[in-house]
Write a protein that binds this ligand. Structure first.
Ligand SMILES: [Zn+2]
Length: 475
C-alpha cells in the first residue's frame, strides 16, 4: 500500500553536504508527481532476476578468470553493467526489502529479526500493479513468501521451489515456472506489460557440484564434500592447516562456482524463453545478486554471509538491459546502492510515482557519469551489529555494540582485501564518514519510527523454522 511519511523530517538534522545531496536526490525521486495511474499500461515488460548469494567478483563481468558465467556475460554485452554495486545488508530479507521498497531495511522494519515489511509500505510490485501491469513472482527463499511482505502487489507468487537448502537444486524448477508465467501471459494478455520477479537460490549454501557443467578441481580428494552443511564446512576449515587448508578453500570455491555456472545456464534459459515468447525487445531486464558470500578465504575462515560487512558479502552484480537494447553506457564505475533500484526501475519503465510517495533511493543515472559520488550505507545485525559507510575509495566499518566504539577505515583502492586500518593516517576522512554515519542513523531511526508501526514477525510452520535453523538464520 501507499505510504507518504518519511525521514524528510530528519532533513533538518542533516549536516554532511554530500549526504544531503543524496538524501534530497532520493526525495526528488520519490517526490516525482504523478499523473493518475491507469489500468492500461503501455510500458515495457520488466524482468527482475535476483540470484541469491552471488558475489560480483565471481562473474566474468566482475573480472573473474574462471568461466562461471559465460551466458550472462554474453547477455551483458548490451546491458549497463555496474562495477561497484553494494547491497544494503548481507542477507536476503533486508536486502530484498530495500530493493522492493527503495528504503533502507530498518526503515521498513527489518534489522536483526525476521520481521515482515508492513502492509502500509509501497513496494515495487504495488507500483507496477497500480500502473496497470500484470505482476508475478517465482521464488526460492522463505523470506520471499508473501507473509514477509516483499511480494505485496503481486498477482501471483509461485513458491513451489521454496525448499530450504539441503542438497536441493531449485534453479531448473524456477526457470520452468517463470517461463510458464511468461508464456501464459504472452498467450492470454499480450498487450498488458508484465512485471516478473524471478529469484534463484542455488549459489546459496549448501554448495553442490554440477560436474556436467563446471568442475575446476576434479582431482580434489580432501574432506570437503558437495552438499556439505555449512556448519560442517566451517568446522572443517577451522581444524585444517597448510596444504590441506588451501586445498579445501579451493574446493569450496569450486563448489560455489559450480552453482554459479549452473544458475548462469538457467538464467540464460529464462532469457531465451522470454525471447521465444516475443517479449524480449520491449523489455527492461535486471540481473542482480542480493548479497555476496565469504568462502573461508579470510583469517576467520568464515563461510556464508550475514555476519560481517566485508566487500565479499556487500558487493553484488548489477546489470540493467534497457528496452530495445539501448545502451547509453556500458560500465558504471561509481559505487551505487541497491536501495536505488526501485526508483531506477520505476523511472526506466516510465512509471509515474504517486506524488506523496517518498523513498530513500534515487534513480541511477544510466546515461552518463554525473560526477556524484554518493555515500552508501550497509549494515548487519545478526551477530554483532556492524555498519559500513562507503564513499568513493573509502570505507568505514563501525561496531556500535560489540566491542563498543571500535571502528576501522579502509582505503579500498590501495587495499581491496580490507586488511589495513588507515584511521590514523586519514583523520579527516574518518571524521567525515563518522559524521555521515551519525546523520544516517538519525534519519534511519526517524524513518523507522514513522514507517514501521505495524512491525510484525510472521508465523512460521515447523518446517519453515527447521529450514531457517538449518541455514543458521535462527537459534
Ligand atoms: Zn540471500
Amino acid at each position: 500500500m501507499q505510504h507518504s511519511s518519511l525521514a524528510l523530517r530528519a532533513v533538518a538534522a542533516l549536516v554532511a553536504s554530500c549526504f544531503c545531496a543524496i538524501f534530497l536526490a532520493g526525495c526528488r525521486a520519490g517526490c516525482t508527481s504523478a499523473s493518475s495511474s491507469s489500468s492500461s499500461a503501455s510500458g515495457p515488460d520488466v524482468y527482475l532476476i535476483i540470484i541469491d548469494s552471488l558475489r560480483a567478483d565471481h562473474l566474468g563481468t566482475g573480472g573473474y578468470v574462471s568461466a562461471t558465467s559465460p551466458e550472462m556475460d554474453a547477455w551483458a554485452r548490451d546491458a549497463v553493467v555496474f562495477d561497484r554495486a553494494y547491497t544494503t545488508a548481507p542477507w536476503t530479507l533486508p536486502s530484498i526489502a530495500a530493493v522492493m521498497t527503495g528504503h533502507h531495511p530498518y526503515a521498513v522494519g527489518v534489522r536483526e529479526k525476521q520481521t515482515a515489511v508492513p502492509d502500509s509500505i509501497t513496494t515495487l510490485g504495488e507500483l507496477f500493479k497500480s500502473s496497470g501491469y500484470d505482476t508475478a513472482a517465482v521464488v526460492a527463499h522463505i523470506y520471499l513468501l508473501p507473509k514477509y511482505g516483499l511480494m505485496q502487489g503481486m498477482d501471483s507468487v509461485n513458491t513451489d521451489m521454496v525448499k530450504g537448502h539441503h542438497k536441493i537444486i531449485s534453479s531448473d524448477g524456477i526457470t520452468d515456472r517463470a517461463l510458464r508465467v511468461v508464456q501464459k501471459h504472452a498467450a492470454k494478455d499480450p498487450n498488458t506489460p508484465l512485471f516478473l520477479l524471478t529469484h534463484y537460490f542455488d549459489p546459496h549454501y549448501n554448495y553442490i557440484l554440477h560436474p556436467e557443467i563446471y568442475d575446476s578441481y576434479p582431482d580434489y580428494k580432501g574432506p570437503i564434500k558437495s552438499g556439505m552443511a555449512v556448519k560442517d564446512l566451517r568446522k572443517s576449515l577451522l581444524k585444517q592447516k597448510g596444504q590441506e587448508l588451501s586445498d579445501s578453500r579451493r574446493q569450496i570455491t569450486n563448489l560455489y562456482d559450480s552453482e554459479i555456472r549452473y544458475t548462469d545456464h538457467q538464467v540464460a534459459r529464462l532469457l531465451a524463453g522470454i525471447q521465444d515468447a516475443g517479449r524480449d525487445e520491449n523489455a527492461l531486464i535486471v540481473i542482480m545478486g542480493d548479497h555476496g558470500e565469504e568462502l573461508g578465504q579470510r583469517p576467520t575462515r568464515w563461510v556464508g554471509h550475514t555476519k560481517v560487512v566485508s566487500e565479499d558479502v556487500l558487493r553484488v552484480p548489477l546489470m540493467i538491459r534497457l528496452p530495445h537494447h539501448q545502451q547509453p553506457r556500458q560500465r558504471v564505475a561509481e559505487p551505487v546502492s541497491l536501495v536505488d533500484l526501485m526508483p531506477t526501475i520505476a523511472a526506466q519503465a516510465g512509471l509515474s510515482l504517486p506524488k506523496d510517495l517518498h523513498v530513500w533511493g534515487r534513480p541511477l543515472n544510466l546515461s552518463s557519469d554525473d560526477g556524484q559520488r554518493p555515500v552508501l550505507f550497509s549494515e548487519t545485525g545478526r551477530w554483532a551489529r556492524m555498519q559500513a559507510v562507503i564513499r568513493d575509495r573509502w570505507k568505514l566499518v563501525e561496531y556500535p555494540k560489540k566491542p563498543p566504539g571500535r571502528r576501522v577505515l579502509y582505503d579500498l583502492r590501495q587495499d581491496p582485501g580490507e586488511t589495513h586500518d588507515v584511521s590514523a593516517q586519514q583523520p579527516q576522512i574518518l571524521a567525515e564518514l563518522r559524521a555521515d554515519l551519525a546523520t544516517w542513523n538519525t534519519a534511519l531511526e526517524a524513518d523507522h519510527q514513522l514507517m514501521s508501526a505495524e512491525e510484525s514477525t510472521p508465523e512460521l510452520s515447523a518446517e519453515e523454522i527447521e529450514a531457517l535453523r538449518a541455514m543458521g538464520y535462527m537459534e
